[in-house]
Write a protein that binds this ligand. Structure first.
Ligand SMILES: [Zn+2]
Length: 388
């Protein structure tokens, strides 16, 4: 583990220096390469203090000089960045029928990817045993030294209490999931709902960066939202905020997995797309991403389905626009690569059903992070904790 990550009990000079080093490392993690004057400006340090700290981080192997900045006159300042192999975060996505692991270096580059499409979260004991084994196996196979792993950030579908480290909907044991996994893996583990992590990824590295009030829509096999309110992820009282897929959208509608009828997720989601496709063709539906690819390849029927889904989504989002007054709505999740086919209908739905001033103040974007959002969120989650 990095020496300056020690949690100090007193306000000694050493504690203060370690605090400043954490601040500088965080600056590089969030924003990438910087010169010493830039570090001093953003971290509000004097030039002598900033220079001394950067030089020390270079000596310790955390920062490395990667080139010189162009200059209009005088000496060209050196540009520094994090040494990418000096630390790794393990991002894990746990969904109902799949799980994914990304090992990410300090420049947010994925150095190893693993995906299991045969994973079954409903088989609690088996799923837990599999998770316990796969992480140490991947670390060993990639020959990553244990002391370089800063932690595991895990996004899980369903109701999660990030503060208590408990997953209520799945993998719920007598002991909090985070405690069980920390004991097994002997490294820090942090969990949150998968959609909340995607929203955090967008906040740090996507279109929501620097914005204060944003709604991130995760359209995947299910439907959920992550709310960024006054610059913070809104988790709600218990951690469950954002269950947009289970709001009522159709009286006496289709039965939902939650046990109620007419949920929005029954009309707008990967599951809904597969059902609509099956009803249209009478043939068994392929995976929703394959159906989305048909839209990209020009299939007019699939494009029509996406357009009506977009309109329904826009109608429901209009309620949130009126209540929350967001400056941006980001459409993302598994649908990201095909969301352009829904965007126009979503905008129409919002314009038709929300107040004009609120609708015109809200920009609608399709995520440019796509399916990377969650792993970047896992990265941010781990660093927010270890650099505290
Ligand atoms: Zn429901």
């Amino acid at each position: 583990m990095w020496p300056f990550l020690v949690k100090h009990q007193s306000l000694s000079t050493e504690a203060k220096q370690d605090g400043l080093k954490k601040q500088i490392v965080k600056l590089f993690l969030d924003e990438g390469e910087k010169t010493i004057p830039e570090v001093c400006h953003f971290a509000r340090l004097s030039i002598p203090t900033g220079t001394k700290l950067v030089e020390e981080l270079v000596r310790l192997g955390f920062l490395t000089e990667i080139g010189k900045r162009d200059s209009l006159g005088g000496r060209r300042p050196a540009i520094f960045d994090l040494n990418p192999d000096n630390g790794y975060v393990i991002g894990v996505e746990v969904l109902l029928h799949s799980m994914r692991v990304d090992i990410v270096n300090l420049r947010h580059e994925v150095v190893y990817e693993y995906e299991n499409q045969a994973f079954d979260l409903s088989r609690k004991e088996e799923a837990f045993e599999f998770l316990c084994g796969i992480i140490p196996d991947l670390i060993a196979s990639q020959k990553i030294p244990r002391d370089k792993i800063l932690g595991v950030g895990m996004g899980i579908t369903g109701r999660i209490s990030p503060w208590q480290g408990i997953s209520y909907s799945y993998l719920n044991f007598d002991v909090p999931l985070v405690k069980l996994l920390t004991d097994k893996w002997k490294m820090p583990v942090y969990i949150d709902n998968d959609t909340h992590l995607m929203a955090l990824g967008e906040k740090r590295f996507g279109y929501a960066r620097g914005l204060q009030n944003v709604i991130y829509v995760n359209i995947s096999r299910g439907l959920g939202i992550g709310i960024i309110s006054n610059g913070m992820i809104h988790n709600g009282h218990s951690g469950y905020a954002g269950e947009f897929g289970h709001i009522l959208a159709e009286e006496n509608g289709r039965l939902c997995v939650c046990g109620k009828r007419g949920c929005l997720g029954g009309l707008v989601s990967g599951f809904a797309l597969e059902t609509a496709y099956q009803e249209l063709t009478g043939a068994p539906a392929p995976h929703y991403k394959q159906i989305l690819r048909m839209a990209l390849d020009g299939d007019a029927d699939v494009r029509n389905i996406l357009s009506s889904m977009g309109e329904q989504l826009g109608r429901s989002l209009a309620i949130l626009v009126d209540i929350l007054n967001p400056e941006m709505i980001i459409l993302g999740g598994g649908f990201s690569f095909a969301c352009e086919w829904m965007k126009f209908a979503v905008i129409q739905g919002i314009n038709q059903y929300s107040l004009p001033q609120l609708a015109s103040d809200c920009e609608i974007k399709v995520s440019d992070l796509g399916d990377k959002a969650e792993m970047l969120g896992a990265f941010a989650l781990v660093f927010d904790e270890v650099l505290k």
